[in-house]
Design a protein around this ligand. Structure first.
Ligand SMILES: [Zn+2]
Length: 411
């Protein structure tokens, strides 16, 4: 099976290019290729980029907002507590219905890989994980799903969670999650971090923790995670999500911690959509943005990505699972509006995020795997400004999504 995609605009090249794919591989890239193919599509000058990647979402919780109590305070604490009753009643069917909607939105928007955190605690037990495992089976070969065992309710303060975390890794989670700030004191936070690294060593797994999702500068578990990463030789294998408190530290302590994060070769995942809403909630003016120090981390050479995090749940009522819309919010939240900064924001949902999802042959060059999205834009600036239609999404050389969006002016 061969596929020819004609008249593509590529991110780093002038003029139009054709892409010829044989099987799952891009074998030729050039202007006006003289080849015959089983299937030919015309990009008509639109932008073609590698598949978009979502590095941080919670698929077990999506679309629950209509069936839970309302969050009155708007805080993270209340968002977590409201879910307790709901997650006791999760079934596979329930998770499949709610999360399939989000996966299909993401596919239609050109995302082919997602890293999802799954609640592991003594409230829902392994019900959320069973649902997400069924989801992974349903989209096998279509959407690459990485599963993170996520102790949302803490580990030390949720007796029994340690055994469930181990069971979750046995059942098929890929990555050890954590939330060390959600313990009763710093000693327990450190014990939480050490438990996660022990588990990661046992299963030879990467780690992706929710770290200091608070604007209280006295939460300092990011430094614990960076120290433990270096101590265990887990450099390059650890991601810290949210890290909002880093923005609340004084500049001196922040730069001290960022240096350790860089040395630990950690990836930092900011989630501006959710954190712009949840953090600074109790501030009078000026209200803090609540997102982590994106530019300083980038300047220190840290791999930075961003995620949607939440879709229609108690934490965040919107959410489209469209990484271009998240990119738009990130441009604003991180104040990354200069031309090279826009390029960097686009990198965060492509090459930077692929350091986590690890698609083989990621890119739009000869020899790369043809995981591609055609975006109705001339360049990445337009892509992030308009979040426009994506006429074709291609997975391993096959068109798996066609989108049409037609506007008819009646004036
Ligand atoms: Zn999260």
């Amino acid at each position: 099976m061969s596929l020819l995609i004609k008249n593509c605009t590529l991110r780093d090249k002038e003029g139009l290019y054709d892409l010829f794919c044989e099987g799952k591989t891009i074998t030729k890239v050039g202007p006006s290729l003289d080849v015959s193919a089983d299937k030919v599509i015309d990009a008509k000058g639109k932008l073609v980029v590698p598949a978009l990647i979502e590095p941080h979402i919670h698929l077990d919780k999506v679309n629950i907002l209509d069936n839970v109590k309302k969050n009155v305070s708007g805080t993270l604490t209340e968002a977590i507590e409201i879910i307790w009753d709901r997650k006791r009643t999760y079934t596979n069917e329930d998770v499949l219905v709610r999360a399939s909607d989000v996966i299909e939105r993401a596919l239609a928007a050109g995302t082919l890989g997602m890293r999802t955190h799954v609640d592991i605690d003594t409230i829902g037990g392994l019900k959320p994980l069973n649902g997400v495992l069924a989801l992974r089976d349903k989209y096998d070969g279509i959407m690459k799903l990485q599963l993170v065992a996520f102790p949302q309710e803490g580990i030390i303060k949720d007796p029994g969670c340690d055994k469930l975390m181990d069971e979750a890794m046995k059942m098929g989670c890929d990555i050890v999650g954590g939330m060390p700030a959600n313990e009763n004191n710093p000693e327990d936070s450190l014990a939480h971090v050490k438990f996660c690294f022990d588990l990661a060593e046992k299963y030879d797994a990467d780690i992706d923790m929710h770290v200091d999702e608070t604007d209280d500068p006295f939460y300092r578990t990011l430094e614990m995670v960076a120290d433990e990463t270096i101590r265990r030789g887990w450099e390059g294998r650890v991601t810290a999500g949210h890290t909002c408190a880093l923005a609340a530290y004084d500049d001196h302590y922040a730069s001290y911690v960022i240096e350790k994060v860089a040395r630990a070769e950690m990836t930092m995942c900011t989630n501006p959509c959710t954190n712009l809403l949840l953090q600074g909630r109790l501030d009078k003016q000026p209200i803090r943005r609540g997102i982590t120090r994106v530019k300083e981390l980038l300047d220190a050479g840290v791999n930075v990505v961003f995620g949607q995090d939440c879709v229609n749940d108690t934490f965040y009522p919107l959410g489209s699972a469209d990484m271009l819309m998240c990119a738009n919010v990130t441009v604003h939240a991180a104040q990354m509006s200069l031309p090279p900064e826009l390029e960097t924001v686009f990198d965060m949902i492509t090459v930077n995020a692929n350091k986590l999802l690890k698609f083989d042959g990621y890119g739009v060059d000869e020899g790369c795997t043809a995981n591609l999205v055609v975006i109705d834009a001339k360049n990445i600036r337009e892509a992030m400004a308009f979040a426009p239609n994506r006429p074709y999404v291609i997975r391993e050389g096959k068109v798996i999504v066609e989108n049409t969006r037609e506007t008819v002016f009646k004036f």
